[in-house]
Design a binder for this molecule. Structure first.
Ligand code: EPU
Length: 337
């Protein structure tokens, strides 16, 4: 296990904020976690970075930072219809998706090009284009920082919800995910119902989409709307789409007829936070080398040389203006350090 001191975290967060960490430990195998356990690191406060794609760094970090970099994709079982894989937490998410797409194993192609690592995917139940990762995860293996044992969380135990799981609530900061097990489909009908997928496929001249053509379409859509973190610092959607009651949504629709909502169940709807923010004129807003992306109002950006604390101030101003105009409290999707 490598240890770095006074390490810049610039290349470890997709916003590209240049804060420093007093000590950083790079975990490349599960036994490194036992070593950290024996060193007593988990008795102190500490922080974990995997892909750093859902993280806003506002200040230097004094506590130990653990970088999860274990690698490996293991085929656990293959049946006529399914493939079962165990994937190490430190694998890059998009590279893993491309690996499965290349083999024509279906289930996660709609989650192409999401930044981050495999181990972070279950924590917030990543989702895009009509798919959530919970639908392909069978179990999550996680290191218990209190006992030093590795434990299994079956799918139902993870309590998956919209950008939500047990790892963000009841057992928050108690476990480090070491690997994730997936069940993928060998016989698969691509999901193309969401928004622009059909249009993109038709623009590409595709009539019977394969898993690969859906993945390619998603990549094109994302590249056209979302900034590439290697060029413009960002952490994807900064805010979650708020879920409100149907009755409240009906009142809001009377006042704001173009508001965008999506049914969640018989009683609740999800409101497009991007629409709320956009309608208040924030899209394209810039200050102090940071701002709101010009093509997607949910995405805050570091134009280079910006500061995390300025992003936080801007995010709070956006929250406040949405609250005043629509009476809705926007929640952050990213973690603030
Ligand atoms: N819209 C606006 N203004 C904008 C952007 C969008 O009014 O600047 C409207 C659109 O017209 C659309 C609605 O808002 O009707 C929803 O927009 P979009 O389909 O782009 O999706 P989103 O709700 O803004 C969510 C996820 C994204 C994911 C997309 C596609 C959340 C918080 N975000 O965004 O996830 O890629 O759907 O499935 O759920 C992420 O989590 O980091 C992320 C990028």
């Amino acid at each position: 296990m490598k240890k770095f001191v006074n390490q810049s975290l610039k290349s470890f967060n997709t916003f590209g904020f240049d804060v420093s960490a007093a000590e950083v430990y790079e975990v490349t195998q599960n036994s490194d976690l036992n070593e950290l356990f024996n060193m007593g690191i988990f008795k102190r406060s500490f922080k974990i970075i995997s892909g750093g794609s859902n993280l806003l760094l506002t200040k230097d970090i004094e506590t130990p930072v653990i970088l999860i970099r274990n690698k490996g994709i293991k085929l656990i079982e293959e049946t006529q219809d399914y493939i079962y894989l165990e994937v190490s937490a430190g694998e890059n998410w998009h590279e893993f998706v491309l690996y499965t797409v290349d083999k024509s194993w279906g289930g996660i192609e709609n989650l192409s090009l999401i930044p981050g690592c495999v181990g972070a995917a279950p924590i917030q139940n990543i989702g895009a284009y009509g798919t959530e990762v919970k639908d392909t995860i069978t179990r999550v293996n996680a290191f218990n920082i209190n006992s030093g044992d590795t434990e299994i969380f079956e799918n139902e135990q993870c309590k998956f919800g919209y950008r939500d799981t047990i790892f963000k609530n009841q057992v928050k900061d108690q476990y480090i995910i070491t690997s994730v097990c997936f069940k993928l489909h060998k016989k698969w009908s691509p999901k193309t119902e969401y928004g622009d997928i059909k249009k993109q496929l038709s623009d590409n001249g595709i009539i019977n989409p394969s898993i690969k053509s859906v993945s390619e379409a998603i990549i094109q859509i994302r590249q056209s709307k979302l900034p590439d973190p290697s060029k413009i610092g960002n952490s994807g959607s900064f805010f979650k789409n708020p879920v409100i009651s149907k009755a409240r949504a009906e009142e809001l629709t009377k006042l704001f007829p173009t508001i965008k909502t999506f049914n969640v169940n018989d009683f609740e709807v999800k409101v497009a936070a991007a629409w709320l923010i956009d309608s208040l004129g924030w899209k394209g807003h810039q200050e102090n080398n940071i701002g709101v992306h010009e093509k997607q109002a949910l995405v805050l950006i570091n134009k280079g040389g910006g500061k995390g604390k300025d992003i936080l101030t801007l995010a709070q101003k956006i929250q406040e203006s949405v609250k005043v105009k629509f009476g809705i409290q926007l929640e952050f999707e990213v973690n603030i350090w």
